[in-house]
Unconditional design. Structure first.
Lengths: 324, 430
């Protein structure tokens, strides 16, 4: 799944700058703007050149026809109205809905929840057995595989030819005729999500296992002494106590899903037809293949808008943590 | 990309220096552009590239212009589009599909043939009807078709037909009857690699062009003028289903949906065949005899007959590649012009890699009988039509393929919805 997700580890409580400054105070405190700007400059310039400028350019371009990536005809909201009337992007007219945006919703719901659930279950169960390290190592191995390699491996697993495809070979043992996992519009998204899950469970397990271990043993012990069932311990003690790492994990996974591209590109190229396209793939296809940079930029802006609430949530949480 | 273009510019520089240092005049051909260097970009590699290189070499001998070949094997369309957007297009490129031709032409990236100083009207007598039109966008000649294949070829095993004492069917009704006969004689008739959905769009186009719709409706359907709700579309799908079903396709439809096109060829022509017929274009011959099974013998274990739908029997469907110019650098005009000559066509066709659309290329240059007959099939047709799914706007061919994959599984295709989506794509292209 994408780049190895960077775990959003909650920051340590920062040392109060003022106390530090006071310790080193040389006479009256006077903010030194000059050196502050100097220190901020390298990062600031990089951010402006590689983040701010492209973002603004993309937003502007999304209101333009933007053929070949240069500003030509201004079309107002045309790209957006087109985008939301494009059944390949979002089609609410059928049940279940379809389209790239809807596929991302499917990914967010099923991928995120499955990864967290499996990660949690594996970390809790593994903690109780002697060969915990082995289990964790096995679950973690897919994390060490590059996403493209992962996609290629699973292309083989899903191959419809029973002499190549592991999954269909297994089915053939039970005399079930082969299923075209990546060639059937009804199955393809589930098959892709399964690959995503396989690739990310290790990450979830490592994060959650550390969190579960950090729960003080006395709490769990005393609950058991008080007669709490194992179920109750899991649902009423473990889960609430690791809710913060879970939410951190969920945010990381959701961000990964919204920018998801590599798996789709390698495994199905958005097919069959357009059945497995996601937002990022649509952006790539429209801008860089169809040459409709304005339209592609509109897709990118939609992607940005979808990401904003998650970013806001994340920043807020860090801020509250910093003060408590 | 940056590295390769830098490499190329160094190469170009070296070439210029060498040219400058070399003996001036002498036996060098006297073209105005002689000594210049142009780049030609395409997606061919391997033996296809070697064949094309022969054309480039012949071009150099004739004009003194060096054409450097640049092969982009993956993400060709993306690479080309990005190169154009960054202002560094190749001088000449193979255009990967007619949807892309329209895209590049309408965004103003391509040079019209007329802008290069070539009179498009003067080219007309060189080509059979229908060939030059493929390279036109909004009435202007932007590109020229340089190689093609017939898509109206149905491949079969003559040996198996002989043991069943059958001859290839000549029309659609006797063809469907024959499928049942083959089945009755204990063989499975058809191979199918429907995982590559373009094989299904080709089936559709063949039946539509030659049986259910005819060339005029074909033109309208694949230019967005005839809606997909037209009864001819449903009739074509029904005809397809009469042939492509679990009874007739070796291994059944489900398995076929996961099989790619080359494995489909293998079903009929591998050393261990499970089918006796396989439909796809003229290129099947080369793949089957070159890769699938080198022991195949033309006329004995592999051969083709005209696609048996023949209500409009004088129509032939083709697929092919067009080239177009992105610059007007010296040498570009010469190259485009050269590619319309019988010389270029003969050199290229002589390698056995391609069929040349140029009329004056003699049949004798083709190194084998299969190619000779394929060329004759096209030159004998009164209506030559280009692969319809390649004419659809970007993404349209994939959608059509996916719809047909649904159809042969027995799912109902909502053609009204399909039409709405397709119209949106046509509109987006303008």
């Amino acid at each position: 799944m994408g780049l190895a997700p960077t775990p959003a580890v909650p920051q340590e409580r920062p040392i109060r700058a003022s106390t530090k400054a006071a310790r080193r105070a040389r006479g009256p405190e006077k903010p030194n703007y000059g050196s502050a700007i100097l220190f901020l400059l390298p990062a600031g310039v990089l951010l402006i050149v590689f983040l701010l400028y492209p973002t603004l350019y993309t937003i502007l371009l999304s209101f333009n026809r933007g053929r070949n990536g240069v500003f030509g005809t201004w079309v107002g909201l045309d790209n957006y109205t087109r985008l939301f009337s494009d059944p390949d992007f979002l089609n609410l007219g059928t049940f279940p809905p379809s389209g790239a945006l809807w596929n991302n919703v499917l990914w967010i719901i099923f991928y995120t929840s499955t990864v967290i659930a499996l990660g949690l279950v594996i970390s809790v169960i593994a903690a109780r057995v002697r060969y915990e390290a082995l289990i964790k190592a096995v679950v973690f191995v897919p994390m060490a595989i590059a996403a493209t390699a992962l996609a290629v491996i699973w292309k083989f697993v899903y191959a419809p030819d029973v002499n190549i495809g592991l999954l269909n070979a297994l089915l053939s043992v039970f005399a079930i005729s082969p299923i075209s996992w990546l060639g059937d519009q009804a199955v393809v998204n589930a098959a892709l999500i399964a690959v995503g899950v396989w690739g990310s469970v290790g990450f979830a397990t490592v994060i959650l296992s550390a969190a579960v271990k950090s729960i003080p043993n006395e709490i769990i012990e005393s609950a058991r002494v008080e007669g709490a069932s194992e179920r109750a311990v899991f649902f009423r003690i473990i889960i609430p106590m690791v809710s913060l790492p879970i939410s951190v994990l969920a945010v990381t996974l959701i961000v990964n899903v919204i920018k998801l591209f590599d798996l789709i590109y390698v495994m199905t190229a958005g097919g069959p037809g357009t059945a497995s396209r996601v937002i990022a793939f649509t952006m790539y296809q429209q801008a860089f293949q169809a040459g409709q940079y304005g339209y592609g930029s509109a897709v990118a802006v939609v992607m940005l808008i979808v990401l904003i609430p998650i970013i806001v949530f994340n920043v807020r949480r860090f801020r509250t943590q910093a003060v408590t | 990309m940056v590295r390769s273009s830098r490499f190329l510019s160094i190469l170009a520089l070296v070439a210029l220096l060498v040219a400058a240092c070399g003996p001036s005049g002498g036996q060098a051909p006297s073209t105005a552009a002689a000594g210049s260097t142009i780049t030609v970009m395409s997606l061919w590699g391997g033996s296809e590239q070697d064949s094309f290189q022969k054309v480039l070499d012949a071009f150099k001998t004739k004009t003194g212009v060096t054409a450097t070949y640049e092969s982009i094997r993956q993400d060709y369309a993306t690479t080309l589009q990005t190169r154009i957007a960054s202002g560094k297009p190749p001088d000449i490129a193979i255009i990967p599909g007619i949807g892309f031709l329209r895209q590049f032409a309408r965004q103003g990236s391509l040079k019209k043939v007329g802008d290069l100083g070539i009179d498009a009207n003067a080219l007309k007598p060189n080509y059979p009807p229908g060939i030059l039109e493929v390279g036109q966008v909004d009435g202007n000649q932007y590109a020229i078709m340089v190689k093609f294949n017939s898509k109206s070829t149905f491949w079969y095993r003559p040996d198996k037909f002989k043991t069943m004492s059958m001859t290839p069917a000549k029309d659609w009704d006797s063809f469907t009857k024959q499928l049942a006969d083959i089945k009755a004689k204990g063989q499975t008739p058809l191979g199918l690699g429907a995982g590559d959905s373009w094989t299904l769009t080709d089936w559709f186009e063949e039946i539509y062009l030659r049986q259910t719709g005819g060339p005029d409706k074909y033109d309208q359907l694949f230019s967005g003028k005839l809606p997909w709700t037209d009864p001819t579309v449903a009739a074509t799908v029904d005809a397809m289903k009469a042939a492509l079903n679990d009874n007739n396709v070796a291994g059944g439809i489900k398995a076929a949906l996961g099989r790619n096109f080359t494995d489909g060829i293998g079903q009929a022509f591998s050393t261990n065949p499970t089918a006796v017929l396989y439909y796809e274009g003229g290129f099947v011959g080369g793949i089957a005899t070159g890769q699938t099974n080198t022991a195949l013998k033309v006329g004995d274990t592999i051969d083709w007959f005209d696609f048996p739908a023949n209500k409009f029997s004088n129509s032939v469907e083709i697929g092919g590649d067009v080239i177009a110019a992105f610059t007007t650098k010296p040498g570009v005009k010469e190259f485009m012009q050269y590619m319309t000559t019988a010389d270029a066509g003969s050199v290229w066709a002589g390698t056995g890699a391609v069929l040349s659309p140029i009329k004056a290329v003699p049949a004798s240059v083709y190194p084998n009988d299969l190619a000779k007959r394929e060329a004759a099939q096209v030159s004998g047709a009164t209506a030559v039509r280009f692969d319809g799914s390649d004419l659809l706007p970007s993404g349209g061919g994939d959608d059509m393929g996916a719809a047909l994959q649904d159809a042969i599984q027995g799912k109902t295709v909502d053609w009204a919805k399909f039409e709405t989506a397709m119209q949106a794509k046509w509109k987006a292209e303008k």
